[in-house]
Design a protein around this ligand. Sequence first.
Ligand SMILES: *[C@@H]1O[C@H](CO)[C@@H](O)[C@H](O)[C@H]1NC(C)=O
Ligand SMILES: *[C@@H]1O[C@H](CO)[C@@H](O)[C@H](O)[C@H]1NC(C)=O
Ligand SMILES: *[C@@H]1O[C@H](CO)[C@@H](O)[C@H](O)[C@H]1NC(C)=O
Length: 383
Amino acid sequence: MLTFRTLCSLPALLSTTLLTHTLAYPDGLIGEGKGTAKARFATALTGGEGCDSDDLNDIREGFADMISIFQAAIPFEPAGQPATELFGKPYMIRNYTDMISRNLQRAANYGKVEGTEGPANADIHVRCDDPMNVCRFGNKREGSHSAYNIGNEPHVNFCNDYFELGGLEKRVNKKAEDQMEREKLMEYYTRATLWARMVMHFSEIGRAVVVRAIPGPPNSTTEWTLSKTEGAMNTSVLAGVLNERPDNSPSDVQTLKYAYGVTRAKLLAVLSTQMPYDAANNAENYALYAQARYVLREKGFYPNVPVMDFPNEASVLTNENLQDGERFKFAYFDMTDVVARPAGMELKGKPLSSSAAIHNIRLKSFVTSFVCWTFYMFVQAGC
Ligand SMILES: *[C@@H]1O[C@H](CO)[C@@H](O)[C@H](O)[C@H]1NC(C)=O
Ligand SMILES: *[C@@H]1O[C@H](CO)[C@@H](O)[C@H](O)[C@H]1NC(C)=O
Ligand SMILES: *[C@@H]1O[C@H](CO)[C@@H](O)[C@H](O)[C@H]1NC(C)=O
């Protein structure tokens, strides 16, 4: 009897230790293990609706991985091969070079450690409960969204496919060794890349060129003039941007495809049918650029496949299979990955650590007690 009681009190002790341990490490903390110094980011992750503790772990690790790739992507090098392929030739994008460079810098600022000088990026509300019912859209051929942004605010929902994505370091090490796949940029797509696409949608981080057609002044010879301002970054469409010219029939919109994945991201930057800022306006292009710079820094080579080398543009524009590119896109082509926040939905998430952790521990203690109680009953009956 006594022996059993002693045994049973042991897990209780352990779970108390575990509880204190979990509470002592609030959100945003990474770098546990692997002998790295512990650092707590100035930006915290909040909310966590519908996420279990494993999910939250994957989300935190992806966030830290994302910081690593953005830090490899600054300063922006417009003349380098990754930039030329993913944003366009330097003379084509010269009007947008500063914008691109500032976007990358703001994203890299997520690496700011708490307690250091300077402003910090806002906290990010993360969730897994799919409040807008977007995760279920998609099909076998085109895929579905692995995550989506809500309202160009720091608010991201992670779908099931996110949790299938690998960690950065392991994936890059593995693919760089693989003779068949090492040159393919898409093979390096990880949760870091997806996270990077998501933060570029935050209006605080990613700024894009907003073009509006406005009617020309009365009696002027031009019917329309274009006004260019900056706004939040969304996802560009292939072969023509959506515009607001009233003479454009709405059915056109249906034929436009969103540019996710390396093939389409590169097409934005090379096709003459695209505007020079389409690539700079596409969150995925920043994510892939950062991914490429990271591989370049870590492994010393730039994975440049697919190479955009085709006899004529028409051959690409009329070939949907070619445009489709990679098999996995981690997104759904027919749908934007930014959805509006409905009125009444909270932007701010509740602090994460305590509630999520305690919930789990309580469950564990409950299981422990139950096991002890069963043993106790068993032994009683035996005696
Ligand atoms: C850059 O901006 C200037 C001034 O707005 C414009 O005249 C020029 O055509 C632009 N160049 C490119 C390559 O977009
Ligand atoms: C992105 O979408 C938001 C919300 O619809 C809009 O305000 C913003 O202007 C868009 N950005 C661009 C570059 O069109
Ligand atoms: C536009 O042209 C008409 C006819 O030529 C003239 O009567 C009118 O005053 C003009 N309006 C402006 C704003 O110049």
